[in-house]
Design a protein around this ligand. Structure first.
Ligand SMILES: *[C@@H]1O[C@H](CO)[C@@H](O)[C@H](O)[C@H]1NC(C)=O
Length: 271
């Protein structure tokens, strides 16, 4: 009896699986996508690959909430507004949609993290060594510290949306970042932030900045000077060669005309 029941269940599962349609996942985006602070408003946009009956938003963590919205046939984006962002909102979000005919639920979108800045925390202090103007190829050290708050520390460079490095601070609350063998591309303004309380995606504000200016070393200038000298040598030797050739040609022609003149003279006499 048991094998037959098993076969029946298996058969039902196969039929159900073949009837279930594959619904590609939607994608979720945040607006604004960065520098969101406590108290701000954020819009989460769920982009649907096809018309859906309704859309749910999932918030990571113990408190998962669903928001349902009817989407008309033409709509391919559904917006959810989060007003007055709190610390607890700094988590990952996903969205999902359902269709009625035939009934089905899509896969969830890739998770998107809402990074929130809490301005009630003091920023990290930052220092640069060696200071400001450094030669190419130097190893530059950037230190960020703030004793009471010892979370992961992030190094930001102006013009980059994401932190360029991150580190756990040592016991003294200092995080040390090294930029190895800097090039002019490393020039720029740097700041630090840190993650708060081990929780979620909550960050301190960006602190004071340090500015690094990498100056090209004299090596390339030396090479340039060298190549210019080579060019001068090439031109001079080329001219010298042309002069020698020209003089040689002149003497050969001169000698030839002398011989021709000498050959001609008997004829002249004979005429
Ligand atoms: C920079 O750091 C690298 C790796 O630690 C090291 O090999 C190199 O000698 C350092 N260069 C200078 C100029 O200190």
């Amino acid at each position: 009896m048991a094998p037959m029941a098993l076969a029946l269940i298996l058969g039902w599962c196969l039929v159900a699986a073949s009837r279930a349609q594959h619904l590609p996942p939607p994608s979720l985006s945040l607006h604004p996508s960065q520098r969101v602070a406590v108290g701000d408003t954020v819009t989460l946009r769920c982009h649907l690959p096809r018309p859906a009956a309704w859309v749910e938003l999932y918030k990571e963590g113990e408190r998962t909430f669903k928001m349902c919205k009817d989407t008309d046939k033409e709509q391919n984006t559904v917006e959810f507004h989060l007003d007055d962002i709190r610390k607890e909102d700094a988590v990952k979000y996903q969205c999902q949609y359902r269709v009625l005919e035939p009934p089905g639920t899509s896969e969830k979108s890739d998770p998107v993290a809402l990074l929130v800045t809490d301005h009630s925390y003091p920023p990290r202090t930052i220092s640069l060594s060696p200071e400001e103007h450094v030669e190419m190829g130097t190893n530059v050290t950037i230190r960020c510290w703030n004793k009471p708050y010892q979370g992961s520390t992030f190094l930001h460079k102006d013009g980059h949306s994401a932190p360029i490095q991150h580190q756990e601070p040592d016991g003294g609350g200092t995080a040390t970042f090294t930029l190895f063998r800097v090039s002019p591309a490393d020039s720029g303004t740097y700041r630090c932030s840190y993650r708060l309380g081990g929780c979620c995606f909550l960050f301190s504000p960006l602190g004071d900045s340090v500015t690094l200016e990498v100056i090209p070393t004299s090596a390339p200038r030396g090479a340039e000077r060298m190549s210019r000298r080579n060019l001068v040598v090439a031109v001079v030797s080329g001219c010298a060669a042309a002069l020698v050739f020209g003089l040689g040609l002149y003497f050969i022609l001169d000698a030839r005309s002398f011989w021709i003149r000498r050959d001609e003279s008997p004829c002249g006499e004979g005429a």
